[in-house]
Design a protein around this ligand. Structure first.
Ligand code: SF4
Ligand code: SF4
Ligand code: FES
Length: 228
């Protein structure tokens, strides 16, 4: 049996002051996770907690939030990890829309600025780098933990480096050059390389390896055997 107090940082609208609310939650399901708890809790509330989810299988990134001060996916955070209580907040690097829902559009705007938005004609060559990069959920957990990222700043973080790694592997040489300058400005120059982001990535992406690869291609202009 799991018995927990869920402490949730709530607000009804973007301009509201946030406030903590506590809810008792129990379940006999030893495999229950934070997404389960939020779903079941909402069945009992007049003013349900707003939060996002889609796949519930750690594949879409929609349920990213700060859980006990760590950015995590609600659907991949077992309740049995916690004793007595758990604190649940929205990601802090993005504007809050309501409760646990944030506006992560900056993440996609940054991809557009860096010309990393996958066009219909973008093809990958099936390399290990492209495969690893394709696992990015665009959840924003790496941005949440990064001391150098803030919305609207020049540094776009690992959520932009990962798609860059994919395209730097997949695109023909002539098209890669378009990305080099943007990569230097929006990724390379801003990253302190502490790799705190690697430890929170819920997809377990080998961020360090992709970063080394992308820096080598985009900044040092090295070619890798499997690149086109
Ligand atoms: S690199 Fe990991 S933490 Fe960052 S957006 Fe992609 S999946 Fe999320
Ligand atoms: S390595 Fe450090 S500075 Fe670079 S993106 Fe990750 S957390 Fe941010
Ligand atoms: S709901 Fe898709 S990752 Fe959690």
């Amino acid at each position: 049996m799991i018995n927990l107090t869920l402490e949730i940082l709530r607000r009804n609208a973007p301009d509201d002051s946030p406030h903590w609310e506590s809810y008792d939650y129990s379940t006999q399901d030893e495999n229950a996770n934070v997404a389960t708890a939020l779903t079941e809790l909402n069945h009992t509330l007049k003013n349900p907690v707003r939060w996002e989810c889609s796949c519930l299988q750690k594949k879409c990134g929609a349920c990213a939030m700060v859980i006990n001060n760590r950015p995590r996916l609600a659907c991949d955070t077992p309740l049995k990890d916690f004793k007595d209580s758990v604190k649940i907040e929205p990601l802090r690097k993005f504007p809050v829309i309501a409760d646990l829902i944030v506006d992560r559009s900056i993440l996609f705007e940054n991809l557009k600025i860096m010309k990393l938005w996958f066009g219909e004609d973008a093809k990958t060559n099936g390399s290990q780098t492209a495969y690893e990069a394709s696992r990015c959920l665009q959840c924003g957990c790496c941005l949440e933990i990064c001391p150098n990222f803030f919305a609207g700043g020049d540094f776009s973080g690992m959520a932009a480096m990962i798609p860059a790694a994919r395209l730097l592997t997949a695109l023909p040489e002539s098209q890669k050059k378009e990305i080099f300058k943007a990569y230097q400005k929006h990724v390379y120059e801003g990253c302190g390389k502490s790799l705190a982001c690697r430890n929170v990535c819920p997809a377990g992406i080998e961020i360090d390896k992709l970063l080394v690869h992308s820096n080598a291609v985009a900044v040092w202009k090295r070619k890798f055997k499997h690149d086109k």
